[in-house]
Design a protein around this ligand. Structure first.
Ligand code: PBG
Length: 327
């Protein structure tokens, strides 16, 4: 049976009817706000390709966390810009490292908002790769120990969730083991399980000062052409103990997000990455698109595809808009 008995426009007449059948609703607590923490005091250094985002000293980070909490945002994810970088990324797992200090400061002063930490060496290594390097090769097994130490140091500082983003094989298992052996069996792992070698990370690498000094990340991050392989990545990470998995980037990989959610039926996060954010901001500044419209539509699409959680640089703007009520 079709037209004229059926008219799908009946439910599109006005906003009340549209709300009646709306399947997806965004909420501020769908969002995680990424923050870039750097040394110093009173520092708030603008990131030009990411309008509204800054490299923040710890005191300024604290302010942002309080603001995010006031907006109803569920959590923050912290990225560190260390004082010094070296071959082994020592500050990544130092007790007094930038992130370890930031976590302690936040946890001592704010509650009611999750503190998630990114576990990866690239911001801390002089060569900018996510693992140890020998003769131009990114070593896998030797890196696992450092990642486990890094995650453990975050847990010791008070992190609520650790999120490995390095894409070394076996890191979820190594991190789970280190946490469990040190009585952090209650700290969950959010694994960047399906993380693609993407050109959409450009602005982040400037913000986090983590661009590789040679080569690229294609020997560890996934090939954008592959979908089935993402499911294998996710399956292995779940077997190793991941509590939640992530698909990254988000919009160009909604098919992956959908498949992961349908196949495994576990909590799934999507990372709406820096390049996705920058494209919208740039086009909106040129007057070529309605930035707010594109933002809300993008986030809604990510949630509709299956995301339980969205890491996004739009977290504050979107939460503010949602807080203002329906428009
Ligand atoms: C660290 C990491 C990256 C991002 C998150 N964690 C960069 C990379 O893999 O080069 C990218 C996030 C973004 O673009 O917003 N490995």
């Amino acid at each position: 049976m079709g037209f004229p008995q059926h008219r799908l426009r009946r439910f599109r007449k006005n906003e009340l009817f549209r709300e009646l059948i709306r399947e997806t609703h965004l909420r501020p607590d769908d969002f995680i706000l990424p923050l870039f923490v750097r040394p110093g005091k009173g520092v708030k250094k603008a990131i030009p390709s990411m309008p509204g985002h800054f490299q923040l000293s710890i005191d300024q980070t604290l302010k942002e966390v309080k603001e995010a909490k006031a907006l109803g945002i569920l959590g923050v994810i912290l990225f560190g810009i260390p004082e010094k970088k070296d071959e082994k990324g020592s500050e990544a797992y130092a007790k007094e490292g930038i992130i370890q200090r930031a976590i302690r400061e936040i946890k001592g002063k704010v509650d009611g908002i999750l503190v998630i930490t990114d576990v990866c060496l690239c911001e801390y290594t002089s060569h900018g790769h996510c693992g140890l390097v020998k003769n131009g090769k990114i070593l896998n097994d030797e890196t696992l120990e450092l990642l486990a130490q890094m995650a453990l140091s975050h847990a010791e500082a008070g992190a609520d969730i650790v999120a490995p983003s390095d894409m070394m094989d076996g890191r979820v298992g190594a991190i789970r083991k280190a946490l469990d052996e040190n009585h952090f069996e209650e700290i969950p792992i959010l694994s960047y399980a399906a993380k693609y070698a993407s050109s959409f990370y450009g602005p982040f690498r400037i913000a986090a000062e983590s661009k590789p000094r040679f080569g690229d990340r294609k020997s560890y991050q996934m090939d954008p052409a592959n979908g089935d392989e993402a499911l294998r990545e996710v399956r292995l990470d779940i077997e190793e103990g991941a509590d939640m998995v992530m698909v990254k980037p988000a919009l160009p990989y909604l098919d992956i997000l959908y498949r992961v959610k349908k196949t495994f039926n576990i909590p799934v996060a999507a990372y709406h990455v820096s390049g996705e954010f920058a494209l919208v901001k740039a086009a909106s500044q040129l007057g070529w698109v309605d930035g707010e419209g594109v933002m809300m539509e993008s986030l809604t699409a990510i949630k509709r595809a299956g995301a339980d959680l969205i890491l996004t640089y739009f977290a504050k703007e979107a939460a503010l808009k949602l807080g203002r009520g329906k428009s």
